[in-house]
Design a protein around this ligand. Structure first.
Ligand code: MG
Length: 257
């Protein structure tokens, strides 16, 4: 088991900066979602944005991932590969996951955006996914345990009739994009490492309209619901402080998307 890395005040400041650029890149991507655009155009714009702010896209070439951003449409839960051939259509829901590596530290965040006018049920899925993140991080306080977050996320999702993905989980983040500890979105409360100030984690509920089982397509990345029901994703990088959670992936204007 990898050690959990607690960040010094200096490192926390560097992670705030990485988080801000990552959140601004996510926001830019979200503003581009519209019928007729290709997912590659969004990927290109985000890559340029991150580079122009002195960073590197965290996902580019990560374990062979070929693009800078993960763009996951409809039944794709995570790790969708942007493509010139994939054109967004009215009614799609589009999950965009962005990571930026800036001055030695990573920020990691995601959100699901509507493309034009979408079904009420699809909008409810997006809303519940986002809310479940906030329910989870209400528990992200000194002295609580990791699975207190997990349990709060699961309760909110399931009480709204949706499913929560088990196979993929949140994670510590810092000098490495994926660090200990794992942060599941399900499970009983009261387990796992204790939360202490200086811990930085990515909390990222992945929520399905139908069954929570997922499968990875033959491209070895694209992860879809087995029943092909819609999925949504919401993620922020957070810091545990003496006073509670601080969201690091926030734009200079204070927006979380
Ligand atoms: Mg993540």
């Amino acid at each position: 088991m990898d050690l959990i890395v607690i960040k010094s005040p200096r490192e926390q400041e560097l992670m705030r900066k990485a988080g801000r650029i990552t959140a601004e890149a996510r926001h830019l991507a979200g503003t581009m979602v519209r019928p007729g655009i290709s997912t590659l155009e969004i990927d290109t714009a985000v890559r340029k944005f991150i580079k122009s702010h002195g960073g590197t896209p965290s996902f580019l070439h990560y374990e062979g991932f070929p693009k800078s951003v993960c763009i996951s449409v409809n039944e794709v839960v995570i790790h969708g590969i942007p493509s010139a051939r994939q054109i967004l259509r009215e009614g799609d829901i589009v999950s965009i996951d962005v990571g930026a590596y800036v001055n030695g530290y990573h920020g990691d965040c995601a959100a699901t955006y509507p493309c034009g006018k979408i079904d009420l049920e699809a909008q409810r899925l997006i809303n519940v996914t986002r809310q479940s993140f906030w329910k989870g991080i209400e528990m992200a306080r000194k002295g609580k345990r990791i699975s207190d977050i997990s349990h709060a996320v699961q309760q909110h999702v399931e009480s709204n009739g949706f499913g929560v993905v088990r196979e993929f989980v949140g994670h510590g983040v810092g000098r490495n994009m994926h660090e200990a500890p794992e942060v599941p979105n399900f499970g009983p409360a009261g387990h796992g490492p204790r939360l202490i100030p200086g811990l930085t984690i990515a909390v990222e509920p992945m929520v399905t309209a139908g069954d929570y089982e997922v499968e990875v397509l033959p491209d070895r990345w694209t992860t879809v619901t087995v029943d092909r029901s819609l999925a949504a994703h919401y993620e922020n990088t957070i810091l545990i402080t003496e006073d509670g959670p601080e969201v690091l992936t926030v734009t200079g204007d204070g927006a979380y998307d």
